[in-house]
Design a protein around this ligand. Structure first.
Ligand code: SAH
Length: 250
């Protein structure tokens, strides 16, 4: 990763970014910068919008409650989101917030809720998922906000995956073996294949679901070790593994 300024606050904005642009801040953003972080006139703030890269801006307060930002120069070019889909069965809200944040930190490019037999609830707040994704991107320096995809039933989600996308199925019943070797073997010649990982709900997958997932041709059932992990732990573990073996960690 290029040299990165950890001292300046980073904000996601919707507006286009270009040198000389002036962006008014809303009340909450102005309050955050002026009164919570106690930033002073001319202090640097980093901005990104998911399209135009990262830009350094100067803070221009007008009183104690409002301010705008003057965009000065680009600090990093835009990067594409990794071609990695993270499919997960929704969990209860606090764990769900955590899960969305961790998926962004670990480099998921698409985050898709998948409803399975033992998933608790049958709806999900996509706005909240997106807010968590944006917050995580602001904190960890990711420039491409992952796509937050509509929820699908498991069979729909499997059908919607392109055949060349390697599906990594996190299955606590898969024989515990060498996961690095299993991933390499599943990818064949491809160094960076398009990827999807699938993590189940706290209640696990039903036998029929497991069979359905395993029947997909381009897939690998992966054990993450001899312990049963909570779904949010499994997410971080499998994303670290696939990024290290087949993704942007190598
Ligand atoms: N069936 C289980 C637990 C499910 S854990 C039970 O109730 O006993 C939630 C999800 O995390 C699983 O569906 C699986 O996708 C993933 N997971 C947990 N531990 C795992 C492991 N050791 N290896 C692979 N995946 C795991």
């Amino acid at each position: 990763m290029p040299a990165y300024d950890f001292t300046a606050p980073r904000l996601f904005v919707e507006a286009a970014l270009a040198a000389g642009a002036h962006l008014p801040l809303d009340r909450a953003q102005a309050n955050y910068l002026l009164n919570v972080l106690r930033r002073k006139p001319e202090d640097p703030v980093l901005l990104f919008n998911g399209r135009d890269g990262e830009w350094r801006a100067r803070l221009r307060p007008s009183g104690r409650k409002s301010a705008d930002l003057e965009v000065v120069e680009r600090t990093r070019a835009q990067t594409a989101a990794p071609d990695l889909h993270y499919l997960f069965a929704p969990l209860k809200s606090a764990r769900l917030d955590y899960l969305a944040q961790k998926a962004v930190e670990m480099g998921a490019g698409t985050i898709r809720p998948v409803f399975t037999r033992y998933t608790q609830g049958d709806r999900i707040n996509l706005e909240r998922l997106r807010a968590n994704a944006v917050e995580a991107a602001e904190q960890c320096g990711v420039l491409a906000i992952p796509e937050i995809a509509e929820g699908q039933r498991l069979d729909e989600a499997l059908d919607a995956l392109a055949p060349d996308r390697l599906l990594v199925f996190c299955d606590e019943d898969a024989p515990v073996a060498d996961p690095v070797r299993a991933l390499r073997a599943a990818a064949g010649e491809a160094e960076h294949p398009p990827l999807a990982v699938l993590v189940g709900p706290e209640g696990g997958f039903s036998p029929e679901e497991r069979e359905r997932v395993r029947a997909r041709p381009n897939g690998v059932a992966l054990s993450l070790g001899p312990r049963i992990l909570r779904a949010d732990t499994a997410a971080v573990a499998v994303l670290a593994l696939v990024q290290a073996v087949l993704g942007d960690g190598r």
